[in-house]
Design a protein around this ligand. Structure first.
Ligand code: KG4
Ligand code: ZN
Length: 386
């Protein structure tokens, strides 16, 4: 089964084409454009800019994806005036997207694709709508089904992919119950899956998401957006240079002793702000030290709560997903935890841990294989939950 995945929930525009078999996935094309550098000027993702950029980049990315998949054979394909009128309506709010898309699909042969999977939430609603409308248009023109995918489910499932060849992945066997720790710019959730494709949120953040906390603290420390990778880089440098140093400016470990599985990260951000105000003039050495203590505090809380959830629900597999799973300390400390507890750990390789369309196509293939069917009248939903 060949599935085209489309992702536009935040500041990455991505299109991927996969071929899914019983337990392997071949990536035929995987095109991605990150707008992060554009949004850096605003210190965060600016929704209308994201929407415009998605509309501008989707057609070139689709062309690149199909061309990489050797599925872009030049051939004149005509659509009726009525078909064109219908899709023009779907894309009426997306700038030049209709003109560009029609020009592309009229110049190529319909590619061999069985189904389109598109992120319909959670995320920035204007950004999500671009992808959803684009996917619905393609589905209509090519007369193939389109299904909505929860972005967070993509982050969960992609963790089970094991690279076995250049573009070939094996889908690892997940032992259930499985627990997913989802840590991204918008989410900090503990999700319990007692069986495949069935999810229950057992822990959530009361305020800021962990990636958001990384980004906000980075901003306080004068580092560039997105702050997660920068903080992570400095923290690692600090640990290497001063392996046994006690924190000169200790930060709180919010909710570490609470009996529930919930998180809160806004207090720690405020604590960083007060620390920086108290210090007055920051030096690069101090920035590095605070970045390290911040990362230590956050990861300690994540590990403690996740451990509680694992023990409380007799979990056999821990899955970590979302952009923050790229963090080296997260990867190392959770490897140690799972080793100690004797359970499986699944973390996507770094390139697949931040937003991409492969994970959306993969989730689509699992739903298609499960026999679930969808109408094409779904909407983009910014607050969609698992
Ligand atoms: O999943 P993702 O790509 O987008 C959302 O769905 O939010 O996650 C983005 C978040 C950002 O907050 C970014 O700072 C954070 O992931 N991030 C990291 C690292 N790489 C990305 N945080 C900590 N350490 C990293 N190495
Ligand atoms: Zn994400």
């Amino acid at each position: 089964m060949r599935i085209l995945g489309i992702e536009t929930s935040c500041d990455e525009t991505a299109v991927a084409l996969i071929e899914a078999n019983a337990d392997t996935v071949r990536v035929l094309g995987n095109a991605l454009y990150s707008q992060a550098a554009l949004h850096a000027e605003y210190g965060g993702v600016f929704p209308n800019l994201a929407k415009r950029e998605h509309a501008k980049n989707l057609v070139p990315l689709l062309a690149q994806c199909l061309s990489d998949a050797q599925s872009m054979r030049k051939q004149k394909t005509a659509f009726s005036a009525e078909e064109k009128e219908q899709v023009k309506e779907i894309l009426s709010r997306e700038g030049n997207l209709y003109e560009e898309l029609i020009a592309l699909v009229e110049s190529i042969e319909k590619p061999a694709i069985d189904c389109i999977a598109v992120t319909n939430g959670p995320g920035l609603e204007p950004a999500l709508w671009v992808g959803v409308s684009f996917a619905k248009t393609l589905a209509k023109l090519w007369n193939i089904p389109v299904m909505p995918i929860n972005h967070m489910e993509g982050h969960i499932l992609v963790a089970a992919l094991d690279k076995v060849g250049a573009d070939l992945f094996k889908f690892k066997n997940i032992a259930y119950p499985a627990l997913a720790l989802l840590i991204s710019g918008g989410h900090t959730q503990l999700v319990l899956a007692k069986s495949p494709l069935a999810y229950e949120i057992v822990g959530d953040t009361k305020d800021d998401a962990v990636g958001e906390a990384f980004d906000k603290v980075a901003r306080i420390l004068g580092l560039a957006y997105p702050g997660g990778p920068e903080i992570s880089r400095l923290a690692e440098k600090e640990r290497k240079e001063f392996p046994d140093k006690a924190a000169a400016y200790p930060l709180p470990r919010p909710m570490i002793h609470s009996k529930d599985l919930h998180f809160s990260f806004s207090g720690i951000k405020t604590a960083v702000l007060y620390t920086v105000k108290k210090i007055g003039a920051l030096t690069p050495a101090l920035v590095q030290e605070i970045a390290c203590e911040f990362e230590n505090a956050v990861v300690e809380v994540l590990v403690k709560k996740t451990k509680d959830a694992i023990l409380g629900h007799d979990v056999k597999t821990l899955i970590i997903g979302g952009g923050v799973s790229a963090n080296k300390k997260v990867r190392a400390d959770f490897a140690e935890l799972c080793n100690k507890l004797g359970i499986d750990l699944m973390i996507p390789e770094v390139s697949a841990s931040t937003d991409n369309a492969l994970m959306i196509a993969l989730a689509g293939s699992m739903h298609a294989a499960s026999g679930k069917t969808y109408g094409s009248d779904f909407k983009a939903e910014g607050n969609l939950t698992l």
